[in-house]
Design a protein around this ligand. Structure first.
Ligand code: BTN
Length: 326
C-alpha cells in the first residue's frame, strides 16, 4: 500500500490531502498516516500540513530498493543488488558478497561509508546522501594483467554516462574523472586472483553528485556535478546510466578480448595526452610527456632521456596550462 501512496504523491505537484488519498485507495486516514510514516523511514522527504495534506519533496537523493528497481534498466549490471544505509566500504561489502558467491553484475550501494577507500591507501569520504558510492562484482575470464584495461573501461563508461547527462567530463589516466580541472569521480578496482586466473573483480565508484561544497583542504582539487552545473541530479538516474554504459563496454571488451576498440575514444577524453606528467610509483618518480595509450591500456610516456616507458598503474599528476598539477 505504501508504494501506491508513494506513486500518488509523486504524481501530484502540490499537496494532496489524507482524505483524498484515503478515498482514492479506499483506506482510512489513519492507514494513510501510518504508511506515510513508513515512507519517511525509507528516506522520502514528505511534508505534512494540517490544512493541505501531504507533499513529497525532491526525490533526487533518494536511493532505496524501490527506487533502484524502477531506475535500473540493464541486462546484468545491478539486476541483483543490496542497498544499505551504512557500511564500512561498498568495496569491502562487495568482496564479502563475492566470497558468498553472488553472480556477475551484483551491485552494492550505500548511503554512507564509514571507511570509504581511495586508491593507494587514501581515504574516500562519503558521509552524506548527496553523492553516490557503489561497487560492482565482476567475474571476467581474464588474466590479472588485463585488469589495467578493465579499469580504464570503467572510467571511460562513467565519462560517457556523465557526458550524456550534459556534463563534459574527461579521464585522467587511469580512471579519475575530471570536470573543469577538478576530480568529480574516483574509481577503485580490487581483485582476488591466482597467478593465471581471476576469481572476481570489484569495481568501486564514488561520484560527487549533489555535494554543495568541499572543505578548504579538498576544494582546490574536488568538485561535484552540482558545483559545476548548478543543477541537482537524480542519483538513481546517474547510477543507471553508468551501469548501462559500463555493461555495454564490459561485454564488448570480453568479446573482443582487448582494449583496441576503446583506444581512440579513451585518448580523445584523456587529459594526460600530450601533457607533461609526473608518475609516482613505489620505486621512483617518472617525469615526461604522455605520447600514447597502449593496446593493454598502459600510459606510454617519453621520459626526460627520450625513452618510452609504459606505466601499468600508479599515481599520475598532469601539468595544466597554468602550471598547476592535478
Ligand atoms: C580514488 O580516486 O582514490 C578512488 C576512490 C573510490 C571511491 C569508491 S566509493 C565506492 C567504493 N567504495 C570504496 O570504499 N571506495 C570506492
Amino acid at each position: 500500500m505504501k508504494y501506491k501512496i508513494l506513486e500518488l504523491l509523486k504524481s501530484e505537484s502540490g499537496f494532496i490531502s489524507g482524505e483524498e488519498i484515503g478515498r482514492i485507495l479506499n483506506i482510512s486516514r489513519s492507514a494513510v498516516w501510518k504508511n506515510i510514516s513508513k515512507l519517511k523511514e525509507f528516506g522520502y522527504n514528505i511534508t505534512s500540513s494540517t490544512n493541505k495534506g501531504y507533499h513529497i519533496e525532491d526525490l533526487s537523493n533518494v536511493i532505496n530498493d524501490y527506487e533502484l528497481k524502477s531506475a535500473i534498466n540493464t541486462k546484468v549490471f545491478g539486476k541483483n543488488f543490496i542497498c544499505l544505509k551504512e557500511t564500512d566500504s561498498t568495496n569491502e561489502e562487495a568482496k564479502r558478497q563475492a566470497q558468498k558467491g553472488v553472480d556477475e553484475g551484483f551491485l552494492v550501494i550505500s548511503e554512507r561509508q564509514t571507511k570509504g577507500k581511495g586508491r593507494l591507501g587514501h581515504i574516500w569520504t562519503h558521509s552524506n546522501s548527496l553523492n553516490l558510492a557503489f561497487s560492482i562484482v565482476l567475474k571476467p575470464k581474464l588474466i590479472p594483467q588485463d585488469i589495467t584495461a578493465l579499469t580504464l573501461i570503467a572510467g571511460l563508461s562513467v565519462c560517457s554516462a556523465l557526458t550524456e547527462t550534459g556534463v563534459k567530463a574527461y579521464v585522467k589516466w587511469p580512471n579519475d574523472i575530471i570536470i573543469n580541472g577538478k576530480k568529480a569521480v574516483g574509481i577503485l578496482t580490487e581483485i582476488s586472483c591466482e597467478i593465471e586466473r581471476i576469481n572476481y573483480v570489484v569495481i568501486g565508484i564514488g561520484i560527487n553528485v549533489n555535494e554543495k561544497s568541499f572543505d578548504d583542504e579538498l576544494k582546490e582539487k574536488a568538485t561535484s556535478l552540482f558545483i559545476e552545473t548548478g543543477k541537482i541530479f537524480k542519483k538513481a538516474e546517474i547510477l543507471n546510466l553508468v551501469l548501462q554504459k559500463f555493461e555495454e563496454n564490459y561485454y564488448l571488451f570480453m568479446e573482443k578480448g582487448d582494449f583496441k576498440p576503446f583506444i581512440e575514444k579513451y585518448k580523445s577524453l584523456c587529459i594526460n595526452m600530450g601533457k607533461e606528467i609526473k608518475a609516482f610509483s613505489k620505486k621512483d618518480v617518472i617525469t615526461g610527456v604522455v605520447s600514447d595509450i597502449s593496446e593493454k591500456g598502459e600510459l606510454v610516456v617519453k621520459n626526460t632521456e627520450n625513452n618510452s616507458v609504459s606505466l601499468v598503474s600508479g599515481e599520475v599528476s598532469v601539468r595544466l596550462k597554468d602550471g598547476r598539477y592535478i
